[in-house]
Design a protein around this ligand. Sequence first.
Ligand code: NAD
Ligand code: UGA
Length: 315
Amino acid sequence: MNCLVTGAAGFIGSHLCEKLLNSGFSVIGIDSFTDYYSRELKKKNLSYLLEKQKFEFIKGDINHIDLNKHIEKSDTVFHLAAQAGVRASWGDYFATYTKNNIEATQKILEASKKSKIKKIVYASSSSVYGNTPDLPMKETSRLFPYSPYGVTKLAAENLCSLYYENYGVPVVSLRFFTVYGPRQRPDMAFHKFFKAIGENRPIEIYGSGEQTRDFTYIDDIVNATITAAEKGKPGKIYNLGSGNHQKLSIVFPLLEKICGKNVTIKNIETQKGDVKNTYASISRARKDLDYNPRGTLQEGLQQEWLWIKKIYSFK
Ligand code: NAD
Ligand code: UGA
């Protein structure tokens, strides 16, 4: 495959590029280094990739660069660039979500419409389900986004579906469920928790800690994303979760064990836009993508802690 990966300097995008390159594929990576979190972290994510001969990095915003030129050289597009993050999507910052999630996706689809692209894989989100009563969440469940972020991820997913229906653009959408592991974004729970533990601060829990999440290990997401480019059915949508869900509070003893420290918890108010539960039905991905997630919280969190210790120089 000749691959184009948007969001290549981000958490999931950089892991995806790494795996594609290690599998012998050529990769053009695009990223604009949005200021949502530190450019230094994104540069670290990219450092391994920049040493690889088959990697070309384009620093630029999808909304402004000449996409046609890069899409012409590619047969597969992995569209991961977005303004991620549920809780920051209120107020004035919403404009960043519409620009980077909806408008940027439309640009990718317009450019692909005229191309010979074999597959576009779009990184959608469990946030499209919102507080659906249907657990586990099935691809056919009704969609009730509960945050402005979720609305933009669903709008972009809908754009993918209608470009497939009208123009035959071969898009597969993947609904990722709370991804964790090394390079996790600094606004996400486990990154924040480990950093607080390393700095001997309490960890802040939104609400009671009774909320559940289907936490999914990064390697499972990356492997299935690549398989989706090969085997995913155009026009189809797939959940990618672990197929289990855990109460957030269940993770605290695990964090103590992994870090070898006592953890202090501070409960603060539930955040607007945060859903009560996520839990993926993964039978469709199992069937079409041979999806078989293997990551366990114990091992995955251990890997994330090793990375956190390195980047923050914790002993
Ligand atoms: P991330 O913020 O680490 O990576 C996204 C990257 O996209 C960033 O490096 C950013 O600079 C870049 N970007 C944003 N807008 C751009 C634009 N207009 N042009 C070029 N580059 C741009 O986020 P992530 O956690 O790696 O998420 C990757 C994708 O997966 C996103 O689409 C996100 O919505 C989706 N997703 C993530 C999770 C998760 O748990 N991390 C879960 C569900 C869905
Ligand atoms: C994550 C990603 O951040 C989104 O980009 C993604 O689209 C979404 O998953 C998804 O699955 O679709 P979230 O589930 O909120 O969103 O992931 P975390 O930030 O890791 O939060 C997990 C849980 O921990 C949430 O219930 C949150 O309320 C809680 N949390 C988070 C805290 O209690 N304290 C914190 O400091 C941070």
